[in-house]
Every structure is written in structure tokens, then in C-alpha cells.
Design a protein around this ligand. Structure first.
Ligand code: ATP
Ligand code: MG
Length: 772
């Protein structure tokens, strides 16, 4: 037996050595599915199969790199480098470059990203004189994307009454026409979007028999990781390529299917059984990744899903620590509790930063976590997303804020003068810019009187430019007369930026909208802080603060080892010794967007299963009693998934004597009325009545000037004169803290408070502290 086969258990070895025919490896998390694929490829190579005859598809490029590395270690790197291994998109983009002529494309075609696509759709909508309010570009792009992933071409789309009638129902009957125009324009520009890569590969293989046969001959073996998340277009490509030899091996876990919103179909697993009736099924049940507590806890939650294939997962690893559940008062406190815990564990147990990861449901959650980590100099890296302040939408809003403070800021001006679109085109911009350069002045100065600098602009454009000038002047006035938050929220709204993002209902669009909300939360924090500390609350001070923040970011040493921050969606297939999951609250995780159907809740539950099963040694789950939303405090109840965890494997920790099982009378503890009954899946659980507190608060409040932190109606602060040294208090934003010192008299009475996030000096008249 080859040495490498000894590194597999019997079930895995079977799945590795049976290389002929169709194989389906269906197994739970951490049971070695990816390991089986890796070793199966190594085994093929060791038995003389040339690497270029093997096609291996992974979910991320990172996964492909890691697999190649491992295979190289087993059979030598010269073999591994010639494998056809990568994501669906990267592999088929490559094939399309070779075969582009069949489709009438150049081999150097461009790949459009979402914003390119959206801009193109916008201009088509405009050309067709359709209303952008009805035909929202993001939504139209979503409809086109779904059509492409189901292999519906524009002509099929336009001739199909079902599509026509759903478009009619959504009052967008011309979607088919936009789709056709979009495809045509992409082609003229020599561009394909992401979905085209799969659609065009399908067309290529469908319409050009010689090409199909060439690749059927070429790839003797096909292997696919994370098969549960393939969509119809991907499924069909695989089916065509494997038609002749049937040497196809797919591995997956239906319990980890988390991309239904992008068209992934669990049905592909069932179709697989139909397409290859002779297929062999391999079940792996031995989890090597996680402790018993983690495996059992994850199993107990996923058992609540109706729709799943039966499978077992066990581990021979240690029992390990119980899953920690931590309640924080606010998300600021949550960030600091997590950061403290990481710091402590690292020092006490001599861990590396790279042993830790923090996962969250939405990108917007990262800002507060980043701040807490920065405060302690804990190096981190955000995967699958840009650092918060680097994101486009954040830069756009900050661009407006910068323009407001200093209209001569050319970079900010270029960024936002035509975003959201105001019909100020690139020709006008380049005229203005060259005049500015020639005269040694800012673009803003040229804008005021273009004719004085020899710039000829027609009257229509002149009007648009004047509109922009007035807008910025209004903002400048706003910023002079309001605090940073009041100014920023009105700028976000009056600039049209908020609306533009709001109109985009795609998952990416939603996430951008949430990010803006999160930036505004940060500004709100800045204002409350400044009020309490008696410092300046104006926009220019805020802008200066964040400029320093981003500078600090840039100076981070790239080679340093770091902790990982990522959304759960991008954590698929990965593993970490110590895992933290933040924001386990109803409405956040599961997401409020998923509450409408049991199917969506099941998808959220699978997402939770993916999250928890990333942990090797410890997992800690955090939730907050309250969270900022649009500058107001919203009460939160713990996620139903926390309650579904078998109580035998969890340990609720809290330093305020909070017991997860038996909330003290009168203590705030929440359950959404009508939600799943809590604590029923454990024999050890006593059924206590859980008081529900008003759960729904207005999603938005329009803050007015002078209104300190927007109030949680259930939060009644103690009068300033009752605050004494040595007391433990709660602050609405910073959470628990201890009063270390009181000084001053009357309205100047100040307290030094030690919070988890550090020491603060607060003016008691603003601080709204509650003694506990
Ligand atoms: P996921 O569902 O999360 O993608 P998976 O089923 O692909 O998980 P792997 O990532 O392949 O699981 O394996 C999980 C961990 O267990 C890895 O660290 C892997 O190296 C280890 N492992 C798997 N099989 C064995 C084995 N037979 N002996 C020792 N370690 C193993
Ligand atoms: Mg895997």
C-alpha cells in the first residue's frame, strides 16, 4: 500500500481508490471530504494519469491553491502544477479564452464585475426611456442573472409567456428586451459577466460538438468539492463533460448548502443519482476536526431541519470545552469581550493569532469588531471582503463628507460628482480637470466659472454642474449648523446615495446598504462620545479621526500573523482552532430577510451548522441585548439557534450572574412572541417562563439635534447625583463599567468609568448611566 493511503481511514480509502465510474461522497462537516478529493487526485497521479487529464473544481481559489500544495507534497510539485484545478468560473473562463472564436468573442474578452454590469443596465434603461424607479438596475440584473444560471437565453426569455407574466406581475414587462440589449452590448464591448462564463460554456458545449468531444476526451477524470452548492448551469456542464466516461466524483454535504439565494440547488445531488444509476455512494462518518462537544452541538441544531439526507457524524477527539454562550449588552461590548477573550487565550495558552477566527452573518458587523481588535493591537485580516473603510460605498459616502468639509478635495469630487448619476459625463470631467491642472487650481474652482478657464460646456451640462455646486454648498451649511451625525445622515440621504443603495435588492446591494448604516452608527457613536467627553461634535473632527484611522490601517505589517475575520458564507471548508461567532440574535442570524418561509430558515440553520463546524477546539457564541440600527437602539433576543443547541454541550457564561436557563425575575431577557419555544430539546432543561419584552421598535428614528444617544425606551438611567464611586453601571453603548472616580460639581460633574473597551471620562449629565 502507498504510504499516503495510510493517512486515511477505511471509508476514506475506499472512496479514494475506487477511481472508475461515478462516485458520490456525501458526509457531514469535517469528515474528510476535501481530504478524499485531494488524495484521490494524488492517487490518480501516482497511478500514471497525466495531470492535464484531471479536472478538479473547488469553491474558492484559495481552496484550489491549498489542495495543489497538498498534492504536490504527496506526489511531487511538477505533477500538481499541470492539473486543471480551480473554481468553476476560473476554469471555464480559461476554456472560453481558448474557444472564444466559436462564440464570436476575442480571446482577450473582458470580465465585467457587478458595477460594470449595473452601469450598463442603467444606460440601457435610459436609452429605452424606461423609468429607473420601476426598472431598478440591481433588480433587473438579478433577474437576468437567474435567467442565465438556468440557461435561459434572451430569445427564450422573450418568447416564454411564464417569464413575461412574472415580469408583468412585477411591472417590468420589458426585462426581456433589456436582457437582449445587455447581451448585445456586452458582446460589442467584448465582455462577459460572471454568469456568462457558465452560460457561454454551456452554449459552447451544446452547439459545437467537436469542442464538446475535445473536452470529453481531454478530461478523463472530473472531481468536484462542495457539490451541494452548484447551480443548474454548473450541473449541466459537468453532466456534458462526464457523459462519455462517467469518471466523476463529487463530494458534498446537503447540510452545508448555503447558496440557494444564488441559484444553488440541493436537487443536483438527487439528479446525480438519476444521471449515474451505477454510481457508488461513500459515506464518511468520522469527524477529525472538532471536539465531541462541537460535533454533538452542531448535530443537535441541524436535526431541526426537515429537509436533509440522513447521516451520522461522530468523533474520537476529546470531549473538549463546552460551547460558550456569552450575552453582551451592546455590540460594542460584544466586540471588546471577544477581543479580550482572544487576548487572554493567546497569552495564557501560548496561541498564535492565526489560531483564531471571528465569523459573522453580515459584512456590516465587522466594523465594531475591527475597532475592538485595533484598540488592543490585535492584527487581523478580513477575508472575502475589503476592510470596512476601503469599501466602495463607504468611500463614496466619506467622499461626500470630505467634499462637504473641503470642496477643493479633487479626489473626493471626482469620486462623487456623478455618483449617483447626475448626467455629468467623462468628457465634461476631463475638460474640467485639464483646465484645473493648466491653471493650477482645484476642479471645484473651475466648476464655479468654467468659461473663465476656457472650458466650453453646453447649457444643459452647465445647469447640472450648478446643481452639484448648490448641493455641496447646502451640505457645507448643514455641517456648520449640525452635529456630525445629523449632517451625515442628511448628506447620505440628500445626495441620493442612500436611495441608490436602497433600491438595489440583491444580496450585495443589501450588504452595501447595511454598511452605510454601520458607518452612520459609527458617526453616531462619535457624537455621543464627544457629547459625553465634552469634545467637538462636528463633522470636520470626525473626518479627521477616520482619516487617521485609515492611515493606521495602511501601516500594518503585511507579514504579521493575524486573526481571521469573515462572513460565514466565505468560511466554507475552512477550520480554526478557536472560533468566535458574533451576533447570534433573532433578525440578524437568522436574518430578518429569511423569516418568511421555513425553507429560508432551514438555509439559515445550515449556515449556522457551517459556522459551528469550522471550530476545532473551542467555539464561543455571542449575542447582544441591544444593537444600533439607524442610530437607535433596538432590543434583541437570542437567536433560536442558541436555544436549539442541546443544553448538554453548552455553557452560558456571563459576569453579571446571568443564567441562560433561569433568568432572574425582572431581569431583561427576551423572546420574540410567537417564536419557537425555547429550550425544548434537552432533558436537562427546566421549562421556565421567559418574559418577553417589547421586541419591535421603530426601525428608524430621525434624530434631531441635541438628542443624545437615541433612547431604548426600556432603559431608565439613574439621575446623575445617584452615581457614586465604586458602583457598577451600564452605559447604553459601552456596556458594563465600573465608576473609578467622580469629580466636578453640578452640570460639570464627571465620572471616570472603566469599561471593557477602556477607561472613559463622561459628563454625567449626558452619560445616562444606570446603576446595577
Ligand atoms: P467540510 O465539510 O467542512 O468541508 P470536510 O469533510 O471536507 O469538511 P476535511 O477538511 O477534508 O473535511 O477534513 C477535516 C479535518 O480533518 C482536516 O484537518 C483533515 O486534515 C482532517 N482529517 C480528515 N481525515 C483524516 C484522517 N483520516 N486522519 C487524520 N486527519 C484527518
Ligand atoms: Mg471540505
Amino acid at each position: 500500500m502507498h504510504d499516503y493511503l495510510k493517512k486515511l481511514n477505511e471509508a476514506q480509502r475506499e472512496a479514494v481508490v475506487n477511481t472508475k465510474g461515478a462516485s458520490l461522497v456525501i458526509a457531514g462537516a469535517g469528515s474528510g471530504k476535501t481530504r478524499v478529493l485531494t488524495y484521490r487526485i494524488a492517487h490518480l497521479l501516482a497511478n500514471g494519469v497525466p495531470p492535464y487529464k484531471i479536472l478538479a473544481l473547488t469553491f474558492t481559489n484559495k481552496a484550489a491553491r491549498e489542495m495543489k500544495q497538498r498534492i504536490g507534497e504527496i506526489v511531487g510539485f511538477e505533477h500538481a502544477s499541470n492539473l486543471w484545478m480551480g473554481t468553476f468560473h476560473s476554469i471555464f473562463a480559461r476554456i472560453l479564452r481558448y474557444e472564444s472564436a466559436y462564440l464570436g468573442y476575442d480571446s482577450n474578452y473582458t470580465i465585467y464585475d457587478t458595477s460594470d454590469s449595473k452601469n450598463l443596465i442603467k444606460s440601457i434603461i435610459k436609452e429605452k426611456k424606461l423609468d429607473e424607479k420601476t426598472y431598478k438596475p440591481g433588480q433587473i440584473l438579478g433577474r437576468i442573472s437567474r435567467a442565465k444560471n438556468n440557461l435561459i437565453t434572451p430569445s427564450t426569455y422573450q418568447n416564454n409567456s411564464t417569464y413575461y407574466s412574472t415580469d408583468e406581475a412585477h411591472r417590468v414587462p420589458y426585462t426581456g428586451q433589456i436582457y437582449a440589449a445587455y447581451m448585445k452590448r456586452c458582446k460589442i464591448s467584448g465582455a462577459m459577466d460572471f454568469d456568462d462564463l457558465l452560460l457561454n460554456t454551456n452554449i459552447l458545449l451544446r452547439d459545437h460538438k467537436a469542442v464538446l468531444e475535445k473536452y470529453q476526451q481531454k478530461f478523463d477524470y472530473i472531481l468536484v468539492d462542495e457539490y451541494q452548492d452548484t447551480n443548474f448551469a454548473q450541473y449541466l456542464i459537468l453532466k456534458k463533460l462526464a457523459e462519455k466516461h462517467h469518471n466523476i466524483c463529487v463530494v458534498g454535504d446537503d447540510s452545508q448548502s448555503i447558496y440557494a439565494f444564488r441559484g444553488a440547488k440541493i436537487e443536483n445531488i438527487l439528479n446525480f443519482q438519476k444521471d449515474y444509476p451505477e454510481m457508488k455512494v461513500f459515506k464518511l462518518e468520522h469527524n477529525y476536526r472538532s471536539t465531541q462537544n462541537i460535533v454533538n452541538a452542531a448535530n443537535s441544531v441541524i436535526a431541526n431541519n426537515q429537509k436533509q439526507l440522513p447521516k451520522k457524524v461522530f468523533t474520537e477527539n476529546d470531549e473538549g470545552e463546552k460551547i460558550g454562550i456569552v450575552r453582551a449588552i451592546t455590540e460594542v461590548e460584544e466586540g471588546h469581550l471577544i477581543a479580550n477573550s482572544i487576548q487572554e487565550k493567546r497569552l495564557n495558552e501560548q496561541k498564535k493569532f492565526s489560531d483564531f477566527a471571528i465569523l459573522y452573518r453580515t459584512n456590516a458587523q465587522s466594523r465594531i469588531l475591527e475597532e475592538a481588535l485595533r484598540k488592543r493591537n490585535i492584527p487581523y485580516r478580513i477575508y472575502g471582503g475589503l476592510s470596512f473603510y476601503q469599501r466602495k460605498e463607504i468611500k463614496d459616502l466619506v467622499g461626500y463628507l470630505r467634499m462637504t468639509i473641503n470642496p477643493n478635495d479633487d479626489e473626493a469630487l471626482k469620486r462623487i460628482i456623478n455618483y449617483p448619476a447626475r448626467g455629468i459625463g467623462s468628457t465634461t470631467m476631463s475638460k474640467l480637470e485639464s483646465a484645473a491642472t493648466a491653471n493650477g487650481i482645484s476642479i471645484w474652482q473651475v466648476l464655479a466659472a468654467p468659461q473663465n478657464y476656457g472650458v466650453n460646456i453646453n447649457s444643459g451640462t452647465t445647469k447640472k454642474l450648478q446643481g452639484f455646486i448648490i448641493l455641496v454648498q447646502q451640505f457645507t451649511e448643514l455641517a456648520a449648523n449640525n452635529d456630525a451625525y445629523d449632517a451625515a445622515i442628511q448628506i447620505a440621504s440628500n445626495s441620493g446615495l442612500l436611495k441608490d443603495l436602497y433600491n438595489d435588492k440583491s444580496p450585495e446591494g443589501r450588504s452595501r446598504y447595511e454598511n452605510i448604516q454601520e458607518l452612520l452608527n459609527g458617526i453616531k457613536d462619535f457624537v455621543s462620545n464627544a457629547h459625553e467627553e465634552g469634545t467637538d461634535v462636528k463633522l470636520h473632527t470626525y473626518i479627521e479621526n477616520i482619516a487617521l484611522l485609515t492611515d493606521m490601517d495602511k501601516n500594518k505589517d503585511e507579514d504579521q500573523e493575524r486573526i481571521t475575520l469573515m462572513t460565514i458564507h466565505s468560511a466554507k471548508g475552512l477550520e480554526f482552532q478557536h472560533l468566535y461567532i458574533a451576533g447570534l440574535e433573532e433578525g440578524l442570524f437568522p436574518s430578518s430577510m429569511s423569516m418568511e418561509s421555513p425553507e429560508e430558515i432551514e438555509e439559515e440553520r445550515r449556515l449556522f451548522y457551517v459556522a459551528l463546524t469550522r471550530a476545532e477546539q473551542t467555539a464561543s457564541l455571542y449575542w447582544c441585548q441591544s444593537r444600533y440600527k439607524w442610530g437607535s437602539v433596538e432590543s434583541k433576543s437570542p437567536s433560536r439557534f442558541l436555544k436549539e443547541l442541546d443544553q448538554a454541550y453548552i455553557e452560558a457564561t456571563s459576569d453579571d450572574n446571568y443564567s441562560f436557563e433561569n433568568p432572574e425575575p425582572g431581569q431583561t431577557h427576551f423572546r420574540k412572541p410567537g417564536s419557537q419555544p425555547a429550550f425544548q430539546n434537552s432533558s436537562t432543561r427546566k421549562s421556565g417562563t421567559i418574559k418577553s419584552r417589547n421586541m419591535r421598535q421603530p426601525m428608524r428614528s430621525r434624530p434631531t439635534a441635541n438628542q443624545g444617544p437615541a433612547a431604548d425606551p426600556n432603559f431608565t438611567p439613574d439621575p446623575p447625583e445617584n452615581i457614586k464611586e465604586g458602583q457598577t453601571v451600564i452605559h447604553q453603548r459601552f456596556g458594563r463599567g465600573e465608576i473609578t472616580r467622580i469629580e466636578g460639581e453640578g452640570t460639570n460633574r464627571k465620572a471616570s468609568v472603566q469599561f471593557a473597551s477602556g477607561r472613559k471620562t463622561l459628563l454625567l449629565r449626558f452619560a445616562k448611566l444606570k446603576v446595577i
